[in-house]
Structure formats: structure tokens, C-alpha cells
Design a binder for this molecule. Structure first.
Ligand SMILES: C[S@@+](CC[C@H](N)C(=O)[O-])C[C@H]1O[C@@H](n2cnc3c(N)ncnc32)[C@H](O)[C@@H]1O
Length: 304
């Protein structure tokens, strides 16, 4: 089916036969709202490629953007009680932490991470904390940047105390993240099958509940990409039920469930010396360059 093919070209996701129902339930109102007579007419318009907005909207409509604040609460407990203290010890000298919330949908995960830091302002005084949220969906990233959530969305996972502390009510619309909270996060459109976001390696990458939509080959490709984006002693968090199976780039952390670290690395519990850091930075650049110039057969990067 042409629509499924176009969706796969753009996102790398396969709409298998058992997910075809999604095309019907999602695209019937989509076509109606745009006065498009049938799926055949839609497919024709998409194939002509004259309306880029139409194809981006169609892709967005077919993506599953399910998310919530503090999704899987145990992950956030683990972050605040184990991973962030480890990271703080390892980065005591640089006082800089970069976190990537990959496939972040409408941004709730990135803002949940930001709250962990914002609520410990004194602990993190003098540190530079950068949280980058990314997703392939244009509309999801627009909402994340706006930081505006409906009453329904904030009721999913955000305790009332944190809602009041970190969000301002917006009449008839919902709640918007306060500038203080938003200052921790930036958002960009990004395809997980493309090169990682610019700006250096990430100390932590959360890529949860996204890999499960892809074939084993695509998952492998994505894990390759994530391995180029992560610091040598960094941590990767996947969703419950997701694993790095099939990839030689990551191994399970021996102490923390659902956390993976780069294969061959020593893990966050060991602070690195200056010369080790310089070495790791130069070898990571070489690795990244070899992918960009060599076997880079990935899909195009999504543009903001
Ligand atoms: C089910 S949501 C998960 C959101 C969040 N990570 C969480 O766990 O709550 C999956 C997200 O993956 C995004 N996605 C799908 N294909 C992608 C791709 N090729 N690159 C980047 N993001 C993608 C979707 O747009 C969607 O927002």
C-alpha cells in the first residue's frame, strides 16, 4: 500500500498487516478534514510530492505518540537515587551533564527529567545541565517547545505539587511549563535513523518505548546511532520490555535494571582522568566521522 510505503520511507517504521487498522481509523478523519475523497487520492497527492505539509501531517497522524509525565515511575526513582549521583561523581570536574530524551514525543519525559534537577537547585548550583528532547513528529515537537499541556495530559503522571510548582495555568488551555523549568530543555526534530544531534556526546540517553515499533534491522541501526552519541561511561535507558538484543555496542549495567552502557566501557561509577577524557573524545569523533563518511546508509535526518 502506497501510504504504508511512504510512512516507512520517512520513519523507518513498518506498518505491518496487523497495524493496517491504524491507517483506516486515523486517516479517515484526516482525509475528511482536508476534503480528500479517498485513500487513493491521498496516496496520489503524497506521491506527487507537491504538498510537503500534507506528507508531514500524514506521518504525524500515523505515529503513536503515547507518553506521560514520569512514565514508569521506577525509572525516575532509579535516576534520582542511583544514576544521577553516579553521574555527578563522574562529572564533578566538568560540572556539565548532557541528557538526550530521544523519541520524546510531546516532551513530558524531558520536562520530568528537568524537574529532577530543578527541585535540587542547590545540589546542582554551578552545573550546566542540558536536556535535549527530540522526535520525528513535527507536531509533537511543536507542542514540546511550547510546553503547553491539557488538563488531561498533566493528570497523567504529574503530581499536583509539581504541577503547581513548575507549571502556570493558561486560561481554557491547560498548563504551561514555567520558564525556570523550560530553561533546562531544548527540542528538535530528529530521525533516530539519522546521525545524532550535534553538540557532543550525551552522558545519559533515554530512548524508551520507541524501538519496539521497528524491525530488528532498524533497531540495530538505531542502536548503532545511539552508541555514537553516548559518552564512553554513559548510560542508555530503554523502555520496559525493550533490550539491546542483536547489538554488540551495549551491555546491560550489572547493577541497574533497564540501564545499558557502551560495551567495553567501565561505567559511570568510575570518574575518568583528563587524558582518558581527551582520548575518548578523539576516538569518538573518529568513530562518528567513519559513519558519516563511510557506511552511512541511513534515512535522512528530520528537519525542524
Ligand atoms: C510511544 S512514543 C514514546 C515516547 C516516550 N519516549 C515515552 O516513552 O513516553 C514513540 C515515539 O517515537 C517517535 N518516533 C517514531 N519513529 C521515529 C524515528 N524514526 N525517529 C525519531 N522518533 C521516532 C514517535 O513519533 C513517538 O513520539
Amino acid at each position: 500500500m502506497a501510504i504504508a510505503r511512504l510512512f516507512e520511507q520517512a520513519t523507518g517504521q513498518t506498518l505491518s498487516q496487523d497495524r493496517f487498522w491504524r491507517i483506516g481509523t486515523t486517516l479517515t478523519p484526516f482525509c475528511k478534514a482536508r476534503c480528500i475523497e479517498s485513500f487513493d487520492h491521498l496516496a496520489l497527492a503524497l506521491e506527487r510530492g507537491l504538498d510537503r505539509g500534507l506528507s508531514l501531517d500524514m506521518i504525524d497522524a500515523l505515529l503513536n505518540n503515547e507518553t506521560s509525565f514520569f512514565r514508569d515511575a521506577g525509572v525516575f526513582t532509579q535516576l534520582s537515587e542511583a544514576l544521577l549521583p553516579r553521574l555527578a561523581a563522574a562529572r564533578e570536574r566538568e560540572k556539565r551533564i548532557r541528557i538526550w530524551s530521544a523519541a520524546c514525543s510531546t516532551g513530558q519525559e524531558a520536562y520530568s527529567l528537568a524537574m529532577l534537577f530543578a527541585e535540587q537547585r542547590e545540589r546542582w548550583a554551578g552545573w550546566r545541565i542540558d536536556i535535549v528532547g527530540s522526535d520525528i513528529s513535527r507536531s509533537a515537537i511543536e507542542q514540546a517547545r511550547d510546553g503547553l499541556y491539557t488538563q488531561f495530559e498533566v493528570q497523567r503522571g504529574l503530581p499536583i505539587r509539581q504541577l503547581i510548582a513548575w507549571f502556570d495555568p493558561v486560561l481554557d488551555q491547560g498548563w504551561r511549563a514555567k520558564p525556570q523549568l523550560a530553561s533546562y530543555v531544548t527540542f528538535q526534530r530528529h530521525n533516530l535513523l539519522g546521525p545524532p544531534p550535534a553538540g557532543g556526546r550525551f552522558d545519559l540517553i533515554l530512548c524508551r518505548n520507541a524501538l519496539l515499533y521497528f524491525s530488528a534491522e532498524r533497531r540495530h541501526q538505531m542502536l548503532e546511532g545511539l552508541s555514537l552519541a553516548i559518552a564512553q561511561d554513559g548510560g542508555l535507558l530503554l523502555g520496559a520490555g525493550e533490550t539491546v538484543q542483536g547489538s554488540t555496542r551495549f551491555v546491560a549495567d550489572s547493577e541497574l535494571p533497564m540501564v545499558y552502557r557502551p560495551a567495553g566501557a567501565r561505567g559511570l561509577s568510575h570518574a575518568r582522568s583528563g587524558s582518558e577524557q581527551a582520548q575518548s573524545a578523539s576516538s569518538s569523533n573518529d568513530q562518528a566521522l567513519s559513519v558519516r563518511h563511510g557506511r552511512d546508509h541511513r534515512l535522512p535526518v528530520a528537519q525542524s
